[in-house]
Design a protein around this ligand. Structure first.
Ligand code: F3S
Length: 400
């Protein structure tokens, strides 16, 4: 791989052991993927986690004197101070979370602790070169914004933050960003939730870069988030196009870069119904409701507040969102409305965390198949419905 003089000096340790180690990782990744050179990276988001191995890696860079050249935003762990007041949190879990936060803070990260950095705090422009990790984030910034990132890992994105470099391969290159699968949507998508189901049809869509036709042109931000999140959660997709909606697809021809699609796939109402049946538990009694995987947008928090206003929830209800949205909910009175109903708005927190151990073996309701997927590994089971139906279920204690 070609390295500039500055990059070679960095690799040789002139700027410290942490930068040398981080660049060595990136050069190795680049060589695996046939990258010819490194590019400067302008933004980084690290799906930092409080898992032991990830904390070890961050602390190792710190001990070697590491400091981020590009300050990254970071993913949520769990909000120790808030959740300790309501749940039983083990000392070990709290300590590991605090260790992770300390390490990232000392490396120079911006502790946004949110998994929607593309909505606030780390919003890229079209064409910017990024190193973003996190399932829902990478596909959104590539597809909806037209910025460029590969599906980075916690470690590779942290190395990019330390060095300010990223190997040029994959979705940083024009030729890999073109559509390859034409997806004709014949299903009638009525709500943002239906885009969760469309994004879950990955077995039928198959590998490649899907180009969706037959969708409305006025898609909501939430529908675009849902579609991308599910594509990348169930199928490891880095990018999609919707002609007339996403910026690299002004037309169908542009979406495919003038090439013919490798496959043509049709998604019908039956496909959506079938996938819904497959990923959701059947209706019945529920013990809790969980929303915000990825973190709820402000308008979703608003929707929940309107639905519970003046009512009492029959089960626990957790709304995960960014610290900005929680503060806005406080200022607009929605936090009070939700808390009076018996619900919680929690910032800085992810569903895939040990703080939820009291929900193990219980049945919840959620509008997020991603939440159901990750939480199932922690012993939770979910009925999956749209947001309004979930809130109705939380008010009644069952999904009818
Ligand atoms: Fe966010 Fe955690 Fe879900 S990082 S997208 S709440 S798995």
């Amino acid at each position: 791989m070609y390295l500039t003089e500055y990059e070679q000096e960095m690799l040789d340790g002139k700027y410290g052991a942490a930068q040398a180690m981080a660049l060595k990782v990136l050069v190795a990744v680049g060589e695996c993927f046939g990258a010819k050179r490194l590019l400067e990276v302008s933004r980084v988001h690290v799906a930092s986690s409080n898992q032991e191995a990830d904390v070890w890696f961050a602390e190792k860079l710190l001990k070697l004197g590491g400091r981020c050249l590009v300050a990254p935003t970071v993913n949520p762990g769990f909000n120790v101070s808030y959740l300790s007041q309501h749940l039983s949190i083990s000392k070990e879990d709290a300590e590991l979370t605090e260790r992770a936060h300390r390490a990232y803070r000392d490396l120079g990260a911006i502790l946004t602790l949110s998994c929607t950095p593309y909505l606030e705090a780390n919003v890229p422009r079209f064409g910017e070169i990024l190193s973003y990790s996190e399932t829902s984030v990478t596909i959104y910034v590539n597809s909806v914004i037209g910025a460029r990132t590969n599906r980075e890992s916690v470690q590779s994105s942290l190395c990019a933050a330390i060095t300010g470099r990223v190997p040029e391969y994959g979705f940083l290159l024009d030729e890999n960003r073109k559509g390859s699968v034409l997806v004709q949507v014949e299903a009638d998508l009525k709500s943002d939730f239906d885009y969760q189901l469309l994004g879950s049809c990955t077995q039928k869509i198959g590998p490649g870069v899907p180009v969706f036709v037959g969708l409305p042109q006025n898609l909501s931000q939430e529908a675009l988030i849902n579609l991308g999140t599910q594509l990348n959660t169930t199928g490891s997709y880095a990018m999609f196009h919707i002609p007339g909606v996403t910026p690299e697809a002004p037309t169908l021809e542009a979406a495919f870069g003038g090439r013919e699609p490798e496959r043509v796939v049709t998604i019908t109402d039956e496909d959506l119904q079938e996938i819904h049946r497959k990923i959701s538990r059947p209706p019945g009694k529920i013990d809790f409701a969980m929303f915000g995987c990825p973190h709820l947008t402000f308008s979703q928090v608003q929707e929940v507040a309107q639905l519970v206003k003046g009512k009492k929830l029959a089960v626990e209800m957790w709304l995960l969102t960014s610290s900005l949205n929680k503060e806005l909910a406080r200022r607009t009175g929605m936090l009070e409305v939700i808390e009076e109903a018996g619900g919680h708005i929690v910032e800085d927190t992810c569903i895939d965390q040990p703080c939820w151990s009291h929900l193990k073996g219980k049945v919840g309701v959620t509008d997020s198949p991603k939440c159901a997927y990750y939480a199932s590994m922690r012993g939770m089971n979910f009925v999956i419905r749209d947001l309004a139906a979930c809130v109705e279920a939380a008010l009644k204690g069952e999904v009818s």
